[in-house]
Design a protein around this ligand. Structure first.
Ligand code: ADP
Length: 181
């Protein structure tokens, strides 16, 4: 299986499931969450409404913890072969990285991978969860992805491809250096 680092826009990345770096309330106010909301539903407000409804139905609460995920349908993203969006919440770092942040990120990634297995998809694409507005160091985020995907390989059944999609050329190059280390 392995982790494949690619450069691109996750809102049009042809994986059967894509992951959203959401906040715990699924408000999708900025960053990749806003981009997904706009691309999937046209209207971000409508997408927030759909996400919150799905959250109540799937986890029975108005927020999610690290490791809990919510699934919404691909909607307009189906055009690119994206069937599901898996919303997960990573840690807020604000530039600080420690074992607690790492564990929260590990849970967020693992929760999405397990849900992808449950949905029966063969491919999943992640953005660099927590490496944007949440301010976690990109290198540490990429390292954590690599470790969690390696760990997950032992329990993976149907999932064949895991992509880490970096939006900017600079982030892509930095991420490549980490996975090649
Ligand atoms: P967080 O709040 O978890 O840090 P952000 O949305 O701020 O989430 O950023 C997560 C990562 O997603 C950042 O590296 C950002 O550059 C990246 N990103 C933003 N838009 C896109 C996109 N359309 N496709 C892929 N990655 C994106």
């Amino acid at each position: 299986m392995g982790l494949e680092v690619v450069r691109g826009d996750i809102t049009r990345f042809p994986a059967e499931a894509i992951v959203n770096a959401a906040n715990k309330y699924l408000e999708h106010g900025g960053g990749v969450a806003y981009a997904i909301a706009k691309a999937a539903a046209g209207n971000p407000r409508e997408y927030i409404r759909i996400s919150k409804k799905a959250m109540r139905e799937q986890v029975g609460k108005d927020f999610i913890e690290h490791g809990e995920v919510v699934v919404t349908p691909g909607m307009r993203l189906e055009e690119y072969g994206i069937r599901y969006v898996i919303h997960t919440v990573g840690p807020y770092c604000g530039g600080v990285w420690d074992d607690e942040k790492k564990e929260k990120l590990r849970k967020a990634i693992l929760g999405a991978l397990r849900k992808a297995e449950e949905l029966g998809v063969k491919s999943i694409a992640f953005p660099a969860v927590s490496a944007g507005i949440y301010g976690c160091p990109l290198e540490e985020v990429v390292k954590t992805f690599r470790e969690v995907v390696e760990e997950f390989e032992r329990e993976a059944k149907g999932l064949e491809k895991v992509y880490l999609v970096l939006y900017s050329e600079g982030d892509y190059k930095r991420a490549l250096r980490v996975v090649r280390m």
